[in-house]
Ligand binder design. Structure first.
Ligand SMILES: [Zn+2]
Length: 98
């Protein structure tokens, strides 16, 4: 059986490393006070002044966050999450061995 594939886009080592190193939260400073939000949030509410502030760019330029969003969208398909969980366990097992 031949696997049908879409053409591979250029994926640089820098991109893969940027995903690996991607922080799980983003620090935002407003009113001189730092607070943390999800790195995928577009807006956050400042705990001090209650202002709604933009914390993620809404530009046409693709960012690492957009790669995550594409993966999250992919994960919405039936069966995708099970595949992810299986692969996560393999990756964790490999990391535990070393
Ligand atoms: Zn504020």
């Amino acid at each position: 059986m031949e696997l049908k594939r879409i053409p591979d886009p250029p994926i640089t080592t820098d991109l893969v490393e940027a995903i690996r190193a991607f922080p799980v939260e983003r620090e935002v400073i407003h009113c001189g006070q730092p607070f943390h939000v999800s790195p995928f949030d577009f807006y956050a509410d400042c705990p001090a002044c209650r202002s709604r502030i933009k914390v993620r760019a809404l530009s046409a330029v693709q960012e690492v966050e957009d790669v995550f969003d594409a993966v999250f969208e992919w994960l919405n398909q039936p069966g995708a999450e099970a595949s992810m969980r299986r692969r996560q366990q393999e990756i964790k097992a490999d990391a535990d061995e070393t």
